[in-house]
Design a protein around this ligand. Structure first.
Ligand code: 5GP
Length: 203
């Protein structure tokens, strides 16, 4: 039987430094039905980051304008920088049947879960606070006081993980990462099979 599928919105969140970005990239590479939602941010680009690939880099005025136009599905200030999810590209992709991944912070994730109750929400948990501290330090992109700030935020975020449908621990090393990836894949594949996303075309 022919079929038409409506895409799903996958919200992947968790404390900064849990490795959710890496897991999202692995998912993207493994599944051509997935599209990554490129956020806007007022933060300065890192060396390796490309405009329109990792983020759309905007200034405060441009960001305020997007909020005024209601062009963002959610927006939040995360670790002193501002981030937001453009609404229109997501709506278009889902309509075309693509599954869209949002890699966003827990404030934004809560907002999307509230506004889009049929989204699939997954919380990525670090194996321990010690591991999270090590990962943040090893990344070498934040100063020590910023690492402490992110760790403090992580405590509150983990306490609220019950708002998500799924939790996946991103364990240490290659094995931990591969296990987390397999679990994520299983969730995505299962969620694709929901009857609510499936429209058989009867000839
Ligand atoms: P980074 O600056 O390290 O790229 O990201 C910092 C945090 O902001 C990460 O937790 C990331 O998931 C989150 N983030 C990225 N884009 C968005 C967005 O559009 N909205 C929200 N709420 N958080 C975002």
């Amino acid at each position: 039987m022919q079929e038409k599928r409506r895409g799903m919105l996958l919200v992947i969140s968790g404390p900064s430094g849990t490795g959710k970005g890496t897991l999202c990239s692995m998912l993207m590479e493994s599944d051509p039905s997935l599209r990554f939602s490129v956020s806007v941010t007022t933060r300065a680009p890192r060396d390796y980051e490309q405009e329109g690939v990792h983020y759309y880099f905007v200034n405060n005025e441009q960001y305020d304008e997007l909020i005024r136009e209601d062009a963002l599905l959610e927006h939040a200030t995360v670790h002193a920088n501002r981030y937001g999810t453009p609404r229109k590209p997501i709506e278009d992709l889902i309509e075309k049947g693509y599954n869209v991944i949002l890699d966003i912070d827990p404030q934004g994730a809560k907002e999307v879960i509230r506004k889009c109750p049929d989204c699939v929400s997954i919380f990525i948990l670090p194996p321990s606070y010690a591991a999270l501290r090590e990962r943040l330090a090893a990344r070498n992109t934040e100063k020590p006081e910023e690492v402490e700030r992110r760790l403090n935020n992580a405590k509150g975020e983990i306490e609220q993980m019950g708002v998500y449908q799924y939790v996946v621990v991103n364990g240490d090393g290659e094995e931990g990462k591969q296990k987390a990836f397999s679990l994520l894949k299983a969730i995505v594949e299962g969620e694709k099979q929901r009857t609510t996303r499936y429209f058989p075309i009867v000839e």
